[in-house]
Design a protein around this ligand. Structure first.
Ligand SMILES: Cc1cc2nc3c(=O)[nH]c(=O)nc-3n(C[C@H](O)[C@H](O)[C@H](O)COP(=O)(O)OP(=O)(O)OC[C@H]3O[C@@H](n4cnc5c(N)ncnc54)[C@H](O)[C@@H]3O)c2cc1C
Length: 431
């Protein structure tokens, strides 16, 4: 059998998967339709890259385990390190999480820098080869086993094919061409719009390096903001499509006045902009349930956004890409038999909690389409009390951030010591 794996898509998920697969295959061929070499800049295949990207603490930790030295290299290239509780303003349901020192380390950088640093470290490995500027157009199979891919350029043989081609992936259509039924999907349509503007960052002017403000029914305007390399701020405003954040200078800054807390509006009103705002319409959150497929070809794996794309406001995508890449390695460590089924079953357990966390928050908005459960309503009610308590109690805030950073499960918010603090927080004065 061919000792080559093919990874379709050379973005974050594809690179992390290639890094794992190089231990098991003499060649790992990454095929991307974009040109990947060249300057650190935006490219067509990752249109999200103009918008603020934060790496959750869990994601950074796992990437470091998979690609040792990644964090140091990112910092050397200009990424800004942050204590996620001490240096970042988090507004949840209008409550500012009480700041304080923590062990939650984060790095802030533009998406092109995050990706290009990873690419440089992964593609230097002798087993990893890159075929760029070539689109994959289909899958090849013999019986119930994949044997490679078809591209605009010809056919390439492989015994494992990983679909890491992102939100706009064609995996379902390619499998259908081979006679496989589509995977069941969970879909939540939030209907969000992002608008992003870059500013010059004067580190003396603020005592924070990031602002995250979650949207919620009483205020559907949110933001994700980080200090990036080269003394810049990347400011992303989030709103629904019926009242979207504007892409016009001036109107963009006015919209920021609608955020909870005055800090970001104050900052964008004074900082020097570096270009005009740019907009991005966010598609639905889609979770493909390959684990529930009756038939799948052996040798097929999907990862990153092609497996599950989230509402990006919760910053989970790159972390899930890292976790599923790591899981694929664990599957291979055991055996290559029955890999497809074992991988999808375990990947579902990694994706599930992140999916619940982000979709439950979105489903609080009555117009958002998706399945609601009574349990979600009860938990959302409790979490709104928790946010109020986190304004005064850093222990509660830190536990929430651990969950939001996928370092702890949502059930940890129901531990007796947290519940007690949440109850006490409803009565305790701030300060
Ligand atoms: C606006 C926005 C903001 C986000 N912010 C965050 C954040 O703060 N934190 C976070 O963790 N995540 C965030 N995400 C999600 C994050 O960008 C993705 O989860 C992450 O990049 C992993 O994506 P991926 O590698 O699976 O796919 P992508 O990054 O979408 O890459 C897919 C790759 O496949 C290639 N490709 C596609 N089709 C083909 C084909 N037929 N043949 C060959 N190549 C192909 C493309 O060129 C591209 O390189 C955000 C997403 C959006 C939309």
């Amino acid at each position: 059998m061919e000792n080559r794996a093919i990874v379709i898509g050379g973005s974050i998920a594809g690179l992390l998967t290639a890094q794992v697969l190089r231990r098991w295959f003499s060649e790992v061929l990454i095929i991307d339709r974009d040109q990947l070499s060249g300057p650190v800049t935006h490219r067509k295949g990752t249109p999200q890259s103009k918008h603020a990207h934060g790496l959750l603490a869990r994601g950074l930790k796992v990437i470091e385990e998979l690609v040792p030295g990644y964090s140091a290299e990112l910092i050397a290239r200009g990424a800004v390190s942050a204590d996620l509780l001490g240096d970042v303003l988090w507004y949840n349901d209008g409550h500012l999480v009480r700041r304080g020192p923590s062990d939650l380390d984060g790095l802030m950088a533009s998406r092109p820098l995050i990706e290009s640093t990873l690419r440089d470290l992964v593609t230097v490995q002798p087993e990893v080869k890159v075929l760029d500027g070539v689109a994959v157009t289909g899958l090849l199979a013999r019986g119930d086993r994949l044997t490679g891919v078809r591209t605009e350029d010809g056919e390439y043989a492989a015994s494992l094919v990983v679909d890491a081609s992102g939100r706009s992936n064609r995996g379902e259509a390619w499998l259908a061409e081979l006679g496989y039924a589509a995977a069941p999907e969970d879909v939540v349509k939030a209907g969000l719009m992002y608008s992003t503007r870059q500013y010059r960052h004067d580190p003396e002017a603020q005592d924070f390096t990031g602002v995250i403000s979650g949207h919620y029914p009483a205020n559907p305007v949110g933001c994700g903001v980080g200090a990036n390399e080269n003394n810049t701020w990347l400011v992303t405003l989030v709103g629904f499509t019926d009242d979207p954040p504007p892409a016009l200078p001036g109107a963009f800054e006015d919209y920021a006045a609608r955020l909870d807390g005055p800090e970001l509006h104050r900052m964008v009103s004074k900082a020097d902009p570096l270009g005009d705002p740019v907009r991005f319409r966010i598609g639905p959150s889609v979770r493909r349930r390959y684990e529930n497929c009756e038939r799948l070809p052996e040798g097929f794996v999907a990862t990153g956004d092609s497996l599950c794309c989230f509402n990006p406001a919760y910053g989970q995508g790159m972390t899930i890409a890292a976790l599923t890449a790591q899981w694929l390695g664990e599957c291979l460590e055991k055996s290559s038999d029955d890999l497809t089924k074992r991988y999808f079953r375990g990947a579902a357990k990694l994706v599930g909690p992140a999916w619940e966390l982000s979709t439950s928050a979105d489903l609080r908005f009555p117009h958002v389409e998706g399945k609601r459960s009574t349990m979600q309503k009860v938990l959302n009610g409790y979490i709104s009390y928790l946010h109020r308590a986190a304004e005064k109690d850093p222990v509660v805030g830190l536990q929430f951030l651990r969950v939001a950073n996928l370092l702890a499960g949502p059930q940890s918010l129901l531990a007796p010591k947290i519940v007690w603090r949440v109850v006490r927080g409803q009565f305790r004065p701030a300060g």
